[in-house]
Design a protein. Structure first.
Length: 340
């Protein structure tokens, strides 16, 4: 009996310091579960036959994360975040592929090292009525159909404090893959203004040596959102320019988005339009959201995407849909989100 008590005491002495270390600072477990059921079809066009209607279950960036801080000195703290994606409908995700890193923060701002959404990407969150999620999110047509909607690895970011509503974010992705002939890396930045019902931004991003055929591609965008009473309106415009390794003049792409959200008690009625001029495609989405609480909502959407002869625009989602040039897309979805 005494031997058992001694063993338990030794075990407790070994475990207690680790447990104390884990609870000494504020550490938060958080997450989101967001799924939509989508019915989608492709219309015949561009000499291509129709794509039969099919039903899918699409994960909308469900995630699980842990984050925490430690005060190092007055006005100086360390912070970390580890965030992983997971699909409630299937198990094919990679661990910790979402925003993860470690950094320092103080009155001068924050520095973080790791993997994170680029400043260009996050600048449009308040403008996109669907928050860069679901089939109607901005990356279906905008951000060069998701090419400038990135979460870069091997990056360093600086986030400024707020100066009378103005803030700045800058990012540099280090050139780990540099060779004798290429120097691949990304640079991204934004300036935002937030004051009451007003939000405005301008953002820039470039990719150096992103592929064997592209020497450089760059984009800039600007826009904002304004809320008056129960109505919120948003708009965004962007231009993308791409230089080939060899070939003629650089290609250009111009895109824009406009959104309106009307809130009535727990109900929200949404309309969003996207247009990609140089790719000859556009989309219109009607949406309805019912907010059960601050953490849980139901959403329904209907979206149509029209492609001209060369257009291949579809919709933003984590799953692919095999659209060929000239085919139009029609889709309807219902979904549920809960955050914790």
């Amino acid at each position: 009996m005494n031997k058992k008590l001694i063993a338990l005491a030794v075990f407790g002495a070994c475990v207690a310091p680790a447990a104390m270390a884990q609870t000494a600072g504020p550490v938060t477990l958080y997450g989101r579960v967001y799924e939509t059921v989508v019915s989608v079809e492709g219309k015949a066009g561009g000499g291509n036959p129709a794509i039969d209607r099919r039903t899918r279950i699409d994960d909308q960036a469900s995630l699980l994360g842990v984050r925490g801080t430690e005060e190092l000195a007055p006005g100086l703290s360390a912070f970390f975040q580890l965030e992983t994606a997971f699909k409630p409908d299937q198990n094919d995700t990679t661990f910790a592929a979402r925003n993860s890193g470690v950094g320092l923060q103080g009155g001068w701002g924050s520095f973080i090292i790791g993997r994170w959404d680029t400043p260009y990407k996050v600048s449009t969150y308040p403008v996109d009525a669907f928050g860069d999620l679901t089939m109607a999110g901005i990356s279906g047509l905008g951000h060069d159909q998701g090419n400038f909607d990135r979460r870069d690895q091997n990056m360093i970011q600086y986030w400024s404090p707020n100066f009378a509503g103005f803030a700045f974010k800058g990012m540099y992705q280090v050139n780990e893959a540099k060779t004798a002939t290429t120097n691949p890396h990304d640079t991204s930045a934004n300036v935002t203004y937030t004051a009451g019902p007003v939000y405005a931004f301008v953002a820039y991003e470039d990719h150096k040596d992103p592929s064997a055929t592209v020497k450089k591609e760059k984009a800039w965008s600007g826009g904002g959102a304004f809320t008056f009473g129960p109505i919120k309106i948003g708009a965004e415009y962007e231009e993308i320019k791409r230089n080939a390794v060899t070939g003629p003049d650089p290609t250009k792409r111009k895109e824009w988005l406009a959104s309106v959200v009307y809130t009535l008690a727990n109900n929200q009625f949404i309309y969003q339009h996207q247009d990609s001029k140089d790719v000859d495609c556009k989309s219109d989405t009607l949406g309805y959201k019912y907010n059960f609480s601050k953490r849980t909502f139901f959403i329904a959407e209907y979206m149509k995407t029209d492609n001209k002869e060369a257009g291949t625009c579809s919709f933003a989602t984590t799953a692919t849909f095999p659209v060929k040039p000239g085919q139009d897309v029609r889709a309807a979805a219902v979904g549920l989100q809960h955050v914790f």
